[in-house]
Design a protein around this ligand. Structure first.
Ligand code: ADP
Ligand code: ZN
Ligand code: ZN
Length: 736
């Protein structure tokens, strides 16, 4: 008798090897592809994803082990997502098992299946019913809102409550303590109920440019198409997205909206939910706890959520009825993952749209030069919004304050200070932008010239005066602020330069009547502190905002009429060829903060280089002007987007070991004429977190040639791994 051949599961496990592994799996069938499975690996049990089924083992001499368990807790990853993972594995040269482990929610990476998912529901008690919402203190706005919503609905789930207001989950705990609500756990339902939300906001009538853009998008033939929507901040791009999304929702499609920062999602989610109150919208970002994240992911996968709003990683969300992808602020650097799988979520999104044969819409006030280039050469279709959507909003007047003529008082010029005072008198708000948190970037001894440096990095320690500490912003190292110079004993150590904390302190002295709010990573560390701060700005409890690029985008402050830019000069002449592109994008975005008000906004830039072309383009508010200049420079220098790059990065405890690894790698390479292999060099920041870093740049005028070269080269590196060197490949790197 002949027994049927054993079935073999091909499993991609989370190990740094670029192949899958065979396991005996008698009961398996095609429908199990995409499921997670528990498999013995060495002496461990690991979780992997079943990526294929075979009847013959790849290596017949190898004694196959049996799969331990297949998880039937959640539906399998759909073919579209597996395909996306394969693409990433090939394009970024990253092991498939690790790609899959990256894209799965944390709960699904564990060695146990997930249990039943439940969610807390808060049910109004008799005591709660007897309490009138307007009997609560007038200042407890969130509590009033929450209680009113509970009165209207009788009960609310945890996610409905967090959607009411970021601080509502704290408020409901207080209600529980007071006995106004009781808590029950219920199984996760498909669609969330939205009865706690306000009625639909009417969509404004689009202006002519918006309508033109929408018409073009609507007239697009079915199938893949890529669009770049270029419009200044406030020109109504989001409104165009919303109109297009409405079409898709009416057809029963799902929409994926990618945004660069977690901080922007609550605001955008509220705007989307207000426009589409009957639509299930879920967010996916790293501020969610594991349970919420899994729940949202599953809702998307089961089609229960129509709109997914998320950051970078959300590009991999399974969405069976996906019909449109929107990438907002597509130029933003945070779409690029800088460790592990170094992917660009924007580029992966374009690939996904092509595979799914659907349109993708990239939006930005300052498109990445790569995207703009694609639009100019016809690969993307360019849609432009020139005017601001709100007709009486005028673009801000931009003026440079020449630091060669103006003396600074602790970082402030006289014209800037008087402009700030004037705004306070008029009851208007101002924003001061500086790209450095902390008190001062350098601590120096005036006697011997000693500078406080990080022992683990090639960088200076930043003075955090309030906490009396020195901190490294690269590796997290910190120490007490020294009382005296460790080198000569001088007790007169001087903080040099400005950070957000110092600006705040100086302003308190110079303009004592000002109500100042500092917004940076230090002041917003606590969950929900940023939304609370923004609420304060809207309530006009703030005169001057001092902050980093956190404030640069997305937030709409109607009372803000002045933007001051301090210390931007570092980005003008940098060794990183992308620095001026980034600086321009940032300044254009920050300047836009002053333009949303109906009264004329003003932008004041303190600089020692007022004649730099970047400032001229900023004055004209003209992205295209500066983008063309930069593109011409890049073309002449043979830099991206006119060339394709990959960077082999290596780090070791000694620089020489890293360089030696790269030299050996270079020797193994067999570049043809289409490939330029540069010499291994130390990284721009050669030492970081006690590791010495070096890099080897590979460049080609053809993406295909570059990929071909990498395919032949990388397996040789895998075989020659030196134990003391950690290395990684970065395809399309954005950091020098
Ligand atoms: P962007 O996304 O380009 O920054 P938004 O879509 O957020 O611009 O629009 C900026 C502001 O203008 C928002 O408050 C929005 O509600 C409003 N707005 C947009 N389009 C219109 C329109 N056609 N009519 C009236 N107001 C509009
Ligand atoms: Zn000294
Ligand atoms: Zn450090």
């Amino acid at each position: 008798m002949h027994s049927a051949p054993e079935k073999i599961a091909q499993i991609a496990v989370d190990v740094p090897l670029s192949r899958h592994f065979d396991y005996l799996a008698p009961g398996i069938d095609q429908a199990d592809i995409g499921r997670r499975a528990l498999a013995p690996f060495g002496r461990r049990l690991v979780v992997g994803v079943i990526v294929g089924i075979a009847h013959e083992p790849a290596d017949p001499s190898f004694q196959l082990k049996r799969v331990k368990e297949i998880f039937y807790d959640v539906p399998p990853l759909p073919p579209a997502v597996l395909k996306l993972a394969r693409f990433c594995s090939e394009y970024y040269h990253y092991p498939l098992g690790q790609v899959l482990a990256t894209l799965l929610p944390v709960r699904l990476r564990r060695t146990q299946p997930v249990g039943a998912l439940t969610e807390a529901r808060y049910v109004l008690t008799q005591a709660g019913r007897d309490t009138a919402a307007d009997a609560l203190p007038k200042r407890a706005l969130v509590k009033q809102k929450l209680l009113a919503a509970l009165h209207a609905a009788g009960s609310l789930t945890h996610s409905e409550i967090t959607r009411l207001s970021p601080s509502a989950s704290k408020a409901v705990q207080a209600f529980a303590t007071a006995g106004w609500v009781s808590i029950t756990q219920e199984p996760l339902t498909a669609a969330p109920r939205n009865h706690a939300l306000p009625a639909s906001l009417d969509a404004p009538t689009l202006n002519a440019e918006q309508q033109q853009a929408l018409d073009a998008l609507r007239a697009a033939p079915t199938g893949f198409s890529a669009w770049l929507l270029h419009g200044v901040t406030g020109s109504g791009k989001t409104e165009v997205y919303l109109h297009l999304i409405e079409d898709i929702l009416a057809r029963g499609g799902q929409i994926l909206v990618l945004v660069p920062e977690i901080n922007l999602t609550p605001q955008l989610e509220a705007r989307f939910q207000a426009r589409f109150p009957q639509t299930a919208i879920v967010s996916l970002h790293s501020n969610l706890n594991e349970g919420e994240r899994l729940k949202h992911w599953l809702m998307a996968q089961q089609g229960a959520a129509q709109i997914v709003l998320g950051t970078r990683l959300a590009v991999f969300t399974p969405m069976p009825a996906l019909q449109l992808i929107v990438v907002d602020e597509e130029h933003d650097g945070s779409f690029k993952q800088q460790d592990g799988m170094r992917y660009s979520a924007r580029d992966v999104a374009v690939f996904r749209a092509r595979e799914a044969a659907i349109p993708i819409l990239l939006g930005s006030a300052t498109p990445a030069l790569e995207s703009y280039h694609n639009a100019l050469n016809g690969r993307y279709r360019l849609l432009t919004l020139r005017a601001r959507a709100v007709t009486d909003a005028a673009p801000p007047a931009v003026r440079c304050i020449d630091l060669r003529r103006e003396a600074l008082m602790e970082g402030f010029s006289t014209p800037l200070i008087s402009a700030l005072k004037q705004r306070i008198k008029r009851g208007e708000q101002s924003l001061l932008f500086i790209n450095r948190r902390g008190f001062a970037p350098v601590l120096m001894c005036g006697d011997c010239g000693w500078l406080a440096g990080c022992t683990r990095c090639s960088s200076r320690l930043v003075v955090h005066l309030k906490e009396q500490r020195l901190r490294c912003h690269h590796c997290g190292h910190e120490e007490r602020l020294p009382r005296a110079c460790p080198s000569c004993g001088n007790v007169d150590l001087a903080p040099v330069g400005q950070g957000t904390q110092r600006l705040e302190a100086t302003l308190e002295k110079l303009i004592p009547e000002a109500r100042i709010l500092r917004v940076d990573r230090d002041s917003t560390r606590r969950k929900n502190s940023l939304p609370e701060m923004l609420e304060k700005v809207h309530a006009e409890e703030v005169d001057i905002l001092v902050g980093t690029q956190m404030l640069a985008k997305g937030h709409d402050f109607p009372k803000l009429t002045l933007v001051g830019i301090l210390n931007a000069d570092g980005g003008l002449y940098s060794a990183d060829f992308r620095a001026s592109e980034r600086l321009f994008a940032q300044l254009l975005q920050v300047a836009g903060r002053a333009g949303r008000a109906s009264s004329g906004g003003e932008v004041l830039i303190q600089t020692a280089f007022p004649e730099h072309p970047l400032f001229a383009a900023l004055k004209h508010g003209n992205y295209a002007e500066f983008a063309q200049t930069l593109l011409a420079e890049r073309e002449q220098a043979g830099l991206p987007p006119y060339a394709y790059q990959a960077m082999l990065r290596a780090e070791a405890s000694h620089l020489e070991a890293a360089l030696k690894f790269l030299r050996r790698a270079a020797a193994l390479a067999q570049p043809n004429a289409a490939i330029t292999l540069y010499d291994p060099v130390p990284a721009l920041m050669p030492r970081r977190a006690a590791m010495e870093r070096a890099q080897l740049l590979v460049e080609s005028h053809s993406r295909g040639a570059l990929q071909q070269f990498l395919n032949a080269w990388l397996p040789q590196l895998e075989n020659s791994t030196a134990r003391t060197v950690r290395w990684a490949l970065d395809v399309d790197p954005i950091d020098a």
